[in-house]
Every structure is written in structure tokens, then in C-alpha cells.
Design a protein around this ligand. Sequence first.
Ligand code: AHM
Ligand code: MG
Length: 333
Amino acid sequence: MTNLSFITIEEHLIAQQQENPVLTTDLVYILNDLNLAAKVIRNEVIRFGLTEQQGRAGQENASGEDVQKLDVFANDAVKNILRKHGRFAVMGSEEEEDVVACDENNGEYVVLFDPLDGSSNIEVNVSVGTIFSIYKVANPGQKGSLEDCLQPGSKQIASGYVIYGSSVMMVYTAGNGVYGFTYDPSLGDFFLSHDRMTFPDKTKCYSINECNWTRMDQGLRDYIDWIREQPGVTARYVGSLVADFHRNLLRGGIYVYPATTNCPNGKLRLLYEANPLAFIAEQAGGSASNGDMRIMDIKPTELHEKCALYIGNKNLVRKAEELKQPLPGLVHL
Ligand code: AHM
Ligand code: MG
């Protein structure tokens, strides 16, 4: 028996164009290109251990983190596939120091992405992901620039992620609900499997790296004490944002990566991680905050800007905001 919808992502996007004017031909090209990149990355992810894409690439990214060979592979895959059609003006990647403008300079879209989120998990066979965020250029008709990339998340016109897990899924929104597609390896395509995804009402999972206990604010500790007491709640933390977010979207829950005394601006990137998932979360009936304000209202000032992230069911995010306190200034661990 199969549960196959027989609606491929390509067909879905064409059908959606009838009801969602945001989905222009260029945007559909870009989403299909990202879908193709997902297939290419998946091919390497599932053969990890058998290919040359193992271990460190021997360089650091703009955030000072070790880059893995598979990070480089995934970055090149997304970049080169997007370049093939040239439907964008400028792109920015977690693995690129600076923005990359389109050679043809004929697009009106900005594409920001984290090519391989959670890549420190790849060697231990744990889910990883790709995250993307799409805007229109701020200055149409001009060469794509950094300024185009530094728009608040509320200006996103589409965002999404791919999760390379026990199955591979692509989840996206273009402001008209959230749709999930599961990859069928025997047919080589993604099929609609999760129509109009929303957070369930129940509070199921909280996902926080509690090793940061002594480095987090007292309000978050109080929040953890509170949520542990809620009926039916359990702790789940994969350490791949995409996997933690995806599970919480399906089961209900909250993911928090707070500001800590050793990362006072948080760890996650606003443009490549927080904003795209915030757009999905809001479209799915949830919310996303940095603890003080809505993620998508933050006006970025840097390409690789970091932020704290509280994301998931609305009531859980609101409660965490209520309890949040300033970080203690004197704790050095
Ligand atoms: P990455 O994009 O370089 O993989 O880093 C982001 C990852 C997230 O996927 C994950 O939620 C977080 O870092 C885990 O951090 P920690 O190990 O500090 O809990
Ligand atoms: Mg990441």
C-alpha cells in the first residue's frame, strides 16, 4: 500500500500559482532549483562514509566554526544550481564570507541559505538539513548587494527547509500555508505528503541544550522548571535545528537557543536559520522571538548576524518571553 499523493512539488507549485500571486515563474524556478539541490545533497548525505566528503575542509566559516567537507559540497551544490538558471540577483550563505551577486544580474530575488545545518552531526548519522529564505531585492534594477540581504524577515516572500533524516522532506511556505513533501527514492521525486502543516495545540517537546544551564539567564532556568511540570511534556534535543524544529512542528513544542554568557548574541544566524524558520512557524500558527521581540521584526545589520531564538507553539514562546531576564554579567565558565 502506498500513501503517495502523486502530486510532485513541481505540480504543486504550478497549481499554487493560480491562488498565490507571490509565486512568479522566477520564484518557482528558484524553488525547483532548491529542490534539485536537495536531491544532490541527499545523494552525498546517504553515502557519507563511502565518499570523499568526510571530515574537516580545513577552513573556518564567517562565524569562526570549522567547515566540514560536506558543508562545502552542499554550499557549491546550492550555489551552482541557482546560478544555472540565474533567476536571482544576489545570494548569501552561511558558508560564504560575502554576498554572491548573480553574473547575469537579471533577477529580482535574494536567496539566503544554510547549506548544511547541523553538519557536526553528519559523522554520527544524525539528521541534518538545508534552510533557505527568499526576498525580493530592495533596489530593483540595480546590481544585487549586501543591502538587499539585510531586510527584516517580515519581508520574506518564501522560506523553507530540507531535512535529511530517516526520510527526506522539503517543507516550504510562500505566505499561503506550509506544505511538506517527502522524497520517494524509487521515483526520484518529492511528493506532497503534509498539506497545510500547523503546530498541534498540545505541548509535547521542549528542545534546549541544558548544558548551557550555568550560562543562561535565570528566567530561562525558571522556564525549564515550569515546562518540565507540564503534563505530557518531554525533553528532546537533536542538536540539528532543522530536526528539532521539524519534530516540534509535527508534535508541538518549543526550541530555544538563548543568549548565553559566552554567546551573548546567541549562536544561530538570523538570516539563514532564525528568519526562515520563523516564517514557517508563523504560517503554521506558531511564533518566533528572540525573547524580547518578534524575530521577523529585527532589522539585520550584518550578513552573519546572530540572535537568540525561541520558536514553536505560540503559548510556549509567550511564556518564555514573560519569564526571560537579563543575562548575569559576571559568570565566566
Ligand atoms: P550549524 O549550522 O553550523 O550546524 O550550527 C547550528 C547548529 C544548529 O543546527 C543546532 O541547533 C545548534 O547549532 C546546536 O548547538 P549546540 O551544540 O551548542 O547545542
Ligand atoms: Mg545551521
